[in-house]
Design a protein around this ligand. Structure first.
Ligand SMILES: *Cc1c(COP(=O)(O)O)cnc(C)c1O
Length: 397
């Protein structure tokens, strides 16, 4: 996920536009800003590229999830179904609103298992939050059918899968709301930033107000604006938005290079007996930011991961134990370690995560290794990488 690999003159030019006027805020100061509206420009360009009606930029991907949930009216005691394999922002955003994260199993797509989702629905469920991890997507058709049947909101976390598609639609534009991150290690970066996409006018309006203290943004005098409901400050700055504008222009080039490098690596690894790949739901196309593969058993996978690292190959991840993208790493969540008291709804409705059976997720994650796909690799480097991984796996199989 390599936006930072290609930071250059285009980003500097955009940032300098802002620095020359000194208007670092996205709202107001019309006379001083020399007609630079970087956040607005980015929103229009991103909505167009993703073929969505509305885009709201915010200060991070975590903020995007929080704003999207708030915009959809999620609040205290509402249950949001999320996967066991994700980034911590999933439960952080849900808990921030007093809502209750309900964790369910993933399947061989490395994302929400629709059967597990259906089994977890209660009268308090309001939202299903698939997370398109490592460049590929959840079975959105199945999830949408479940959401329609039970009148639930479908909120896609597309932070790791920008540019991927499902049934011809951009990931993040298929559900009721979609969220993106532009933090420093994502496919395109603002330094820090995020976005909410939606085709729902009401949610778009809610997101616009909520991320800026409830301001209705009507008229030209910020101080005189009214506040139809309470909000918060999740605004992006013009400087960050300016970087993102330049990066967005580079997105399609990044995706093409990722696909080439991914394909070379996959062709090489598929010749190994015992290696299989994550399932991409029918109708989906990945964004190729990771290549994720399975080995036959957890024990072999741990040995292979160790051998790969010892061979000097970087950026191959074993999420099951080596990272905090899986429930195994969330000791603070499992034991509800918070600074202050949690809302009583959360305390009573949360699963006992230390004693919930996630063996189906374990059976998948214990056998998964993901290689990051960089765009700066030469063809020779990709082949060397493939050889090194092949030899490392062969040494343990
Ligand atoms: C990065 C990420 C986020 C949060 O983004 P930040 O901008 O770092 O707050 C949320 N979800 C997923 C899946 C991510 O990878």
């Amino acid at each position: 996920m390599p936006g930072f690999e290609i930071f250059g003159a285009e980003e500097r030019k955009q940032v300098n536009d802002v620095l020359e006027t000194g208007v670092l805020m996205r709202y107001g100061f019309d006379g001083m800003r020399n007609n630079h509206w970087k956040a607005q420009e980015f929103e229009a360009a991103f909505a167009k590229r993703m073929d969505a009606e509305y885009c709201q930029l915010v200060s991070s991907g975590t903020a995007a999830l929080t704003v999207a949930l708030a915009a959809a009216g999620i609040g205290a005691g509402d249950e949001v179904i999320m996967p066991t394999f994700t980034f911590v922002a999933s439960f952080e955003s849900i808990l921030a609103l007093g809502a209750v994260p309900i964790l369910v199993d993933i399947d061989d797509t490395l994302t929400l298992d629709p059967k597990a989702v259906e089994a977890a629905i209660s009268p308090k469920t309001k939202c299903v939050m698939p997370v398109h991890m490592c460049g590929s997507m959840a079975d959105l058709r199945a999830l949408k059918a479940i959401c329609n049947k039970h009148s639930l909101i479908l909120l896609e976390d597309a932070c790791q899968a920008i540019g991927g598609t499902y049934e011809g639609k951009a990931l993040g534009s298929y559900g009721d709301l979609g969220c993106f991150s532009f933090d420093y290690v994502k496919t395109i970066t603002c330094g820090e930033g995020g976005a909410v996409l939606t085709n729902n006018e009401k949610y778009a309006l809610h997101a616009d107000h909520y991320q800026d203290h409830g301001h209705d943004h009507i008229g030209k005098d910020r101080g005189a604006e009214s506040h139809p409901f309470l909000g918060y400050n999740f605004r992006i700055s013009e400087l960050n938005a300016a970087v993102g504008l330049a990066q967005l222009d580079k997105l399609d080039g990044i995706l093409n290079t990722q696909k080439e490098n991914y394909t070379m690596l996959r062709e090489a690894l598929k010749t190994i007996n015992g290696v299989t790949f994550r399932r991409v739901p029918e109708g989906g196309e990945e964004n190729y930011s990771f290549l994720s593969f399975f080995l036959p058993t957890e024990e072999l996978t741990q040995k292979a991961h160790k051998a790969i690292a010892e061979a000097g190959v970087d950026a191959c991840f074993y999420w099951y134990t080596n990272n905090w993208h899986y429930i195994n790493g969330w000791e603070h969540l499992r034991n509800l370690k918070t600074l202050g008291n949690l809302p009583s709804e959360v305390q009573t409705q949360m699963q006992d995560l230390n004693n919930t059976d996630f063996s189906k997720s374990d059976a998948v994650m214990g056998r998964t290794i993901s290689s990051l796909i960089k765009i700066g690799w030469t063809e020779k480097q990709v082949h060397e990488r493939a050889e090194a991984i092949k030899n490392a796996i062969a040494s343990v199989l």
